[in-house]
Design a protein around this ligand. Structure first.
Ligand SMILES: O=C(O)C[C@H](Nc1ncnc2c1ncn2[C@@H]1O[C@H](COP(=O)(O)O)[C@@H](O)[C@H]1O)C(=O)O
Length: 431
């Protein structure tokens, strides 16, 4: 993981020491299960826990010697044990330990991610409420379309993040499986009852059927869910980048006291945070293709996925965590220029009210194509000359009176159903 984007407490989850401690947690849970079932002498698990060694130097030494990390781990962990060492790793294959411990790590990572996502939801809801009535221009194809509210844009982000939360909760279930079923998953040397008890102790559930490993579709789904969340953040960041263009300047990402925008141009305030979030979302997508490829392993498993997973799980969880923390900061401190929004809304001299004008003509009895052509002709003149569409309508359309025309060109008319849209979210964000 690039240290620059590694934040606590997520980064501590992925240290070698934390990993070895999780392996030990799994081994001890298995011993406890054997003991509860009366299959090994009472007190063995407690003794093993007391005498177990976690020593990174020793682990490295044994790994160099054996070129097998789980054997190195077992040698290290049992190096100061007595007779209880006989029952340590008893009947297990390496992946019983590795995969079960990996699920423990991923579930914890998922909880940290959900915690940040909850914060983001809270900030989004607050911003959406604050700007429920803030008029802005809605753009399609990058071109002014019709008035809308800035809060509604934010509410749309909020709704996507609510869906991301739903998906994450489901993904959390998908990665909360362990397996203690032996070398090819058929419990030849460890009974299913041990798996059941051990996983209960660890707070995981057994896979109904496994090979040597927990199938990688579980993990791929989780990684995809994170990438989808990242693309939602990217969508927010992209919108802010567009709205921060000099010609637009409707919003601006926070620019700290003492911050510098450019080494060459002292005046610059660039949307660097949003640009970084867009870059990181690209990285997040790249993990998905690796996770998908890891699903296709030979027979009861090969180990081609292992090296790739040393990157994708720590990096994907740390990157999305970083993205969430920064997005919360970004939106908590977003600068919103309401006056500029209004100024931009009026840039096209009323053209954005063309649909309402056309519909009013239809309501007065005109055919749709006649009304369309009339309004289009006036609009094209408006584009060319810079005249106001409202004034042109008053001069050229006699079937609408002045009051009716004023109402058509009132941007507030476009907010009349905003309350109903908000009401679909009930009381909003309650953590
Ligand atoms: O219980 C077993 O160990 C069963 C055995 N399969 C293995 N299961 C788990 N780990 C194994 C296995 N084989 C190797 N290794 C060790 O995994 C490490 C892989 O390193 P890397 O490719 O860098 O991620 C690296 O340390 C490897 O030595 C089998 O033959 O089915």
């Amino acid at each position: 993981m690039v240290e620059r984007y590694a934040l606590s407490p997520m980064k501590e989850l992925w240290t070698t020491k934390a990993n070895l401690e999780r392996w030990l947690e799994v081994e001890l849970a298995v011993m406890e299960a054997y003991e509860k079932l009366g299959m090994i002498p009472a007190g063995s698990a407690e003794k093993a826990k007391k005498n177990a060694v976690i020593d990174l130097k020793l682990f490295e030494e044994f790994e160099k010697q054996t070129d097998h990390e789980v054997i190195a781990f077992v040698k290290m962990a049992t190096s100061k044990m007595g007779d209880e060492a006989r029952f340590f790793h008893y009947g297990l294959t390496s992946s019983d330990v590795i995969d079960t411990a990996l699920s423990l790590a991923l579930v914890k990572a998922c909880d940290l991610i959900i915690e940040q996502l909850d914060k983001l939801l809270q900030v989004l809801w607050k911003l959406a409420l604050e700007h429920k009535e803030t008029l802005t221009i809605g753009r399609t194809h990058g071109v002014h379309a019709e008035p809308t509210s800035f809060g509604l844009k934010v509410l749309n982000w909020y709704a996507e993040m609510l869906r991301n939360k739903d998906r994450l909760l489901y993904a959390r279930r998908q990665i909360s499986y362990g397996k203690i079923s032996g070398a090819v998953g058929n419990y030849a040397n460890v009974p299913p009852a041990v798996e059941k008890l051990a996983l209960e102790i660890l707070g995981l559930q057994p896979t109904p059927v496994s090979s040597q490993i927990v199938n990688r579709d579980h993990h791929a789904f989780f990684v995809f869910t994170l990438a989808l969340l990242a693309s939602g953040i990217e969508r927010i960041a992209t919108e802010i980048r567009h709205l921060q263009k000099t010609e637009v300047l409707e919003v601006q990402e926070p620019f700290k006291e003492g911050q510098k925008g450019s080494s060459a141009m002292p005046h610059k305030q660039n949307p660097i945070l949003c640009e970084r979030l867009c870059g990181l979302a690209r990285i997040m997508r790249s993990y998905v293709s690796v996770a998908l490829e890891n699903n296709n392993l030979w027979h009861e498993r090969d180990i081609s996925h292992s090296s790739a997973e040393r990157y994708i799980f720590p990096d994907a969880t740390q990157t999305i965590y970083y993205m969430l923390v920064k997005t919360v900061y970004l939106l908590e401190n977003l600068v919103v220029y309401k006056d500029r929004m209004l100024k931009n809304l009026n840039l096209t001299n009323g053209l954005i009210f063309s649909q309402k004008l056309m519909l009013a003509l239809i309501d007065k009895g005109m055919s749709r194509s006649e009304a369309y052509d009339l309004v289009q002709n006036l609009s094209l003149r408006c584009w060319k000359t810079g005249e106001s569409l409202k004034e042109l309508a008053k001069k050229n359309i006699s079937i609408l009176n002045e009051e009716e025309i004023e109402k058509i060109f009132d941007p507030r008319e476009y907010l009349k159903n905003v309350d109903e849209i908000y009401s679909r979210f009930g009381g909003g964000w309650q953590s």
